[in-house]
Structure formats: C-alpha cells, structure tokens
Design a protein around this ligand. Structure first.
Ligand code: AOF
Ligand code: ZN
Length: 368
C-alpha cells in the first residue's frame, strides 16, 4: 500500500521520538519507530544510545505480541546487517509486522535500500517517502559523515542587530544575553567538538566546555598553526579534564609542541602548506575519528576559511537588540567573501526562536 495521509501523524510521532537520541547516538543516526495495529499505537521506541538497541527493537519490545499483523513506522529504513546489533529487518519479520513505512533510505552502504528489499522479499508491504524531507534532514549529519567522511559543520556567532560581532575597540563580551548563552552551552553538550581560531582563543580565553554538561563531552579544538596557545590559557590548564587539540602546521616549534603535550594537549602536526588545505585535512581527520557534528565558534577568519571551502552546513546566528556601529567593527564572517552577490551562499528557510531579548536564526546551507 503506498503511503497515505493517515500515515503522516504516525511518522511525525516517530520523528519526535527519534530526536530524543540527539547527542547520545552519534555517530549512529537518530531513529524513531512507532508500531500500529488496528489504528492503535501498540509500541514506541527510539535508538537511545550508541551501541544500544535500534529503534525498531525497542518498539517491538514495547508492543510484544500486539505487533503481529501491525505496521511499523520507522524514520529510517530498517537495517539488514549485523553491526553492533542484529538486523532490524529480521526482528520485524519475526514479530509478524506486515507493513513497514520508512521515512527515508539508509545512506549506510551496508543497508542502502537492501533493508526495504529484504522486507519486501519476505512478503512485508513497504513504503518509503512519508515525511521524507524531515526524515532526511534529521540524519543529514550522519549522511554527510557516511558519504563524505566529514563532520557536519555548525557555524555559531552572536552579533548586534547591525551585524557586528565586536565593537570598534574589539570588545565583544557580551553581545548576546544569558538565555542565548545557555542555548550555546546546550549545543556544545550535544556535539563532538567545539572549534575556534587562535585569535579567539587568545582574546576570549574560553573554556569551550558545556556548562551544565550535556550528553556528550566535546573535544575542544584550536586552529593554531604555530602552536602558540598560552600554557596559562584556560584550555591548556583544563586539558586534563577534557580533550584539547591544537591543530598546528609543520612550522610550529618543537619546544612549543612538547610544552603543550606535557600539559595533556594533543597537537596535530598537519603537513599541508596552505591554510585551506590544512583545514580540509583536519576535517578529514575529525571524520576518521567518527565525529558527526562540529561546532565552530569563530572568529571571523575561521568562518571566512570555512565559507571559502564551502564547508559550512548550518548557521546559528544569535542576534541581539544592540547597535554597535563603526566602519572598523567586524561582522561575523571574514576572509575575502564571495565574489559578488550572484555568488551568495543560500540557506534554506530559517527557524527563528527568541532567547530572552535575542533572536536565534538557525538555517542550513543549501549545497544543491
Ligand atoms: C535501524 N534502526 O535505530 C538505527 C539504525 O552498529 P549498529 O548495529 O548500531 O548499526 C549501526 C548502523 O545501523 C548505522 O550505521 C545505520 O546504518 C543503522 N542505524 N538502523 O534500523 C536504528 N540506529
Ligand atoms: Zn537496525
């Protein structure tokens, strides 16, 4: 049976359940599942943590015998491979589910349509594409990591209403209000890494931790080709409490590297000559470390490099009702910028949320 209007709210519920895994399941995708029998929800589940049971298995356990003859709504195509857990296709077939409605297919090459094909082969009715955009958006960072071996890059900044990230004298603490800053801490607590440039590390002396802690402890990364990060900085002094990486070049002095390493900082000595190539190679390395989401908190040069690389996937712009003025006061994204208005980077329709007196504009870059 092709998907119908009646399937919509059930997939919406499955998507809602899936989001509960945010920050806990990566580098796996968030997945939610609802099992329906005779128009009643008889079981719900979601992938709760990396290495744990998949959404379908959780929902089938909740449904018990009531799953027989029922329909499973899954945000992602059920897996058909033995990973850390057995295949969900077998669990659904064994439980007697007769119809599976999937939000989108699984980009994992070990699954990639074969999950649905296996179900169909076993006589289970399958449908895919209900709420497909939402289902695909939900796993966009997972898909990027699977297909490109690179983490999803979130660029976050706070700016005044006139588009400045600092006053003309360079002072910038604080542009946004406490409610916005609390939201940033939440964001830090669900990503794999928080990255800043050397200038920001020196000027703000940030800790880059999530306070209060979230489900993940982000690795703190500083782009610092000469490895000049001060041994007295908060980042270095807390390197024993949570990982700190300095992404340096081959030009960094070996004494500086040794001193940082002695404090527990990991120094990556990237061999590429130019800055952009080094950044690319760092992102590839973070991908190899299975990092799904990386939050970049500035400064302008880092955002400029990312823009030039086409590497920004999502923007969190906190806009505060303040005016700073000043021709010399910087905006959030530095570098050379785009060649002209026709080369503007386009973002999808933003989500807009108030935080205290500030407004968060959150939008994803359109890579198409
Ligand atoms: C599903 N339901 O809830 C999830 C799926 O190592 P494992 O066993 O956890 O398998 C991870 C892979 O399974 C992951 O790469 C993705 O392809 C799929 N995730 N599949 O049917 C789920 N989390
Ligand atoms: Zn599975």
């Amino acid at each position: 049976m092709p998907p119908t209007e009646a399937d919509q709210p059930l997939m919406a519920r499955a998507l809602q359940l899936a989001r509960r895994g945010e920050g806990r399941v990566e580098p796996n995708p968030m997945v939610g599942c609802v099992i329906v029998r005779d128009g009643q929800i008889v079981g719900e589940g979601w992938h709760q943590r990396f290495g744990g049971p998949h959404a379908e298995v959780e929902a089938l356990a909740a449904a018990g015998a009531a799953a027989r003859g029922g329909t499973a709504y899954v945000t992602l195509e059920p897996c058909c491979h033995h990973g850390k857990t057995p295949p969900c296709t077998a669990a659904l077939i064994d439980a007697g589910v007769t119809r599976v409605v999937a939000g989108c297919t699984d980009p994992n090459p070990q699954v990639a349509g074969q999950g649905l094909a296996q179900l169909a082969k076993a006589g289970v009715q399958t449908a895919v594409g209900i709420a497909e955009d939402e289902a695909a958006d939900l796993i966009a960072p997972f898909r990027k990591l699977m297909q490109q071996g690179r983490p999803w890059i979130i660029a976050k900044w706070a700016m005044s209403l006139d588009g400045k990230i600092a006053a003309a004298d360079g002072s910038s603490q604080w542009i946004s209000g406490p409610e916005s800053r609390a939201e940033v801490h939440k964001l830090r607590g669900r990503v794999d890494a928080v990255l800043v440039g050397r200038g920001t590390a020196r000027r703000d002396d940030p800790l880059l931790t999530a306070r209060p802690p979230g489900p993940r402890t982000p690795v703190r990364i500083v782009l610092d080709s000469q490895a000049t990060l001060s041994l007295e900085s908060q980042l270095v002094r807390t390197a024993g409490d949570g990982p700190v990486i300095v992404a340096a070049s081959r030009q960094a002095s070996s004494q500086r590297i040794a001193a940082l390493e002695k404090q527990g900082v990991e120094v990556l000595s990237l061999s590429e000559q130019d800055h952009a190539a080094r950044f690319e190679s760092l992102l590839a390395e973070l991908g190899r470390r299975h990092m799904t989401n990386v939050l970049v908190e500035g400064g302008g040069q880092v955002f400029g490099s990312l823009l030039a690389l086409g590497a920004i996937d999502e923007v969190y712009a906190f806009v505060a009702p303040k005016l700073l003025g000043g021709a010399a006061a910087p905006g959030p994204v530095g570098g050379a910028g785009v060649a002209g208005i026709d080369a503007a980077i386009h973002l999808a329709a933003p989500e807009i949320m108030p935080f205290g007196n500030d407004v968060l504009i959150r939008a994803r870059v359109r890579h198409d």
